[in-house]
Design a protein around this ligand. Structure first.
Ligand code: UPG
Length: 450
């Protein structure tokens, strides 16, 4: 290795986290070609992101495996949260060891840590190593703000809790008048019970991020400027370096199941695309209600379906709907959302899905499940006006039909106009003089100081 500058990148290996971090690091690595990046994630995650999205470059990024924290001979219990919690518990020690090992193996001291924002302990590691720490929040600005403000929110909720009311308005927070306590990620409002390991991680993260040299985000400044101002006031440097779907578009994914060809056969703005991201499968009663709604409604559908079709879908559903619907195990989502025949997106409101829907100009029907997703839904619905939540928060046959009609026969046109405005702002942000490009240059300057 001819370079003597070396950065460790600490990735969170679950959900859609490591891929966006790799997108950002690829951009940075191109801007500082003489710096070596050791990209640390589990072997499983590395196998996925480096084979699917990497395309062989840039060559100054080296994958480096970190232990997954599972005990020897671990047999999955069936609880999907268990491996995440085991990883999280072991992560501070495992990443510390990995950093020491990679320094010894390469003979190159690490001069900076770039981590998923979840990793509050990267702040402690950086402090001990006396190097800068840059954190990437892979979701929206509003969700990172509520984590940074968790202690203040808990206090305010306790002070304003009129006679133990179940839900409370969050109007004591600037720019949250349309939001309620139930929209917050689990654990932000927790008082009087122990936090789960993940809630504890997020709480510690919120308290630690103000120490980071920079917090970067997969968003653009003009999307949520008022929330951005609040984050500017709390963080040393808050940098909007997205949306990655425009700054670092992933390679064209193969369309293994013929989704695009099928979409070609449909009228513009006529199809509902259904996907709940890479982690979630809705509970059986909601899947079955959605299947009934799709069968009964007049709208064609493309459903990216995770899980066993035989087990979860009503008997005969595929045969009965074959004339108007298509079910696939995985869709090339970015291209699907760009296709002119897609007129609505039923989504769990993961941040990448929302970003991609904005890029494609597709109004959303929202059924959020956990974490940042409820805040995202309320923002889509009440702040940006580019989608609707499903009635009652869970999918029922009538609620799903009503939401589809609302988009296709009612408010969809207005929503598409608003989406057009947001897309124009995003495209401007990534131009050479745009806000994203400027924030990215600031990030590179910070990294170049090592
Ligand atoms: O058939 C499919 C289904 C999904 N995707 C892709 O998978 C990603 C899904 O990402 P996202 O919408 O962010 O959902 P999750 O994978 O669930 O993301 C996790 O990470 C996000 C970013 O931090 C959070 O916002 C979410 O709440 C969290 O669940 C997107 O890029 C999609 O394009 C496909 O390409 N094809």
């Amino acid at each position: 290795m001819s370079s003597s500058r070396h950065i460790a990148v600490l990735a969170f290996p679950f959900g859609s986290h490591a891929g966006p971090l790799l997108s950002l690091v690829r951009q940075i690595a191109k801007a500082v070609p003489d710096v070596i990046f050791s990209f640390m994630t589990t072997a499983r995650s590395s196998g996925i992101i480096f084979s699917q999205d990497y395309n062989g470059g840039p060559h100054n990024i080296k994958p480096y495996n970190v232990d997954d924290g599972l005990p020897d001979g671990y047999v999955p219990s069936g609880n999907p949260v268990e491996p995440v919690e085991l990883f999280v518990k072991a992560a501070p020690e495992n990443f510390t060891k990995a950093v020491e090992k990679v320094e010894a193996e390469t003979g190159l001291k690490i001069g900076c840590l770039i981590s998923d924002a979840f990793f509050w302990f990267a702040g402690d590691m950086a402090e001990k190593m006396t190097v800068p720490w840059v954190a990437l929040w892979t979701a929206a600005p509003r969700s990172v703000l509520v984590h940074v403000d968790t202690d203040a929110i808990r206090q305010a909720l306790q002070a304003t809790n009129e006679s133990g009311k179940e839900d409370q308005k969050l109007d004591f927070l600037p720019e949250f008048s349309a939001f309620q306590k139930s929209d917050l990620p689990e654990g932000v409002d927790v008082v009087g019970r122990p936090e789960s390991p993940f809630e504890d991680l997020l709480h510690k993260m919120g308290n630690k991020l103000p120490q980071a040299n920079a917090v970067a985000i997969n968003s653009f400044k003009e999307l949520d400027p008022e929330i951005g101002k609040q984050l500017n006031a709390r963080l040393k440097k808050f940098l909007n370096v997205g949306p990655f779907t425009l700054t670092s578009p992933s390679s064209i994914k193969p369309d293994e199941h013929g989704c695009l060809e099928w979409l070609n056969k449909h009228e513009p703005n006529s199809v509902v695309y259904v996907s709940f991201g890479s982690v979630i499968t809705p509970p059986p009663h909601e899947i079955s209600a959605l299947a009934d709604a799709l069968e009964e409604s007049e709208f064609p559908f493309l459903w990216s379906f995770r899980g066993n079709v035989e087990e979860f879908l009503p008997k005969g559903f595929i045969e009965k709907t074959s004339g108007k619907g298509k079910l696939v195990p995985w869709a090339p989502q970015v291209q699907v959302l760009e296709h002119e025949s897609v007129g609505a997106f039923l989504t769990h409101c993961g941040w990448n899905s929302i970003s991609e829907s904005m890029r494609g100009g597709v109004p959303m029907i929202c059924r959020p499940f956990f974490g940042d997703q409820k805040l995202n839904m309320r923002t889509v619905e009440a702040v940006w006006g580019i989608g609707v939540g499903v009635e009652g928060g869970v999918i029922t046959k009538n609620g799903a039909i009503k939401a589809m009609q609302q988009i296709f026969l009612g408010e969809g046109k207005k929503m598409r106009e608003r989406l057009g405005v947001l897309k124009k702002l995003a495209l401007e942000a990534v131009q050479p003089n745009g806000s994203t490009t400027r924030d990215f240059s600031t990030l590179v300057e910070i990294i170049n100081q090592l």
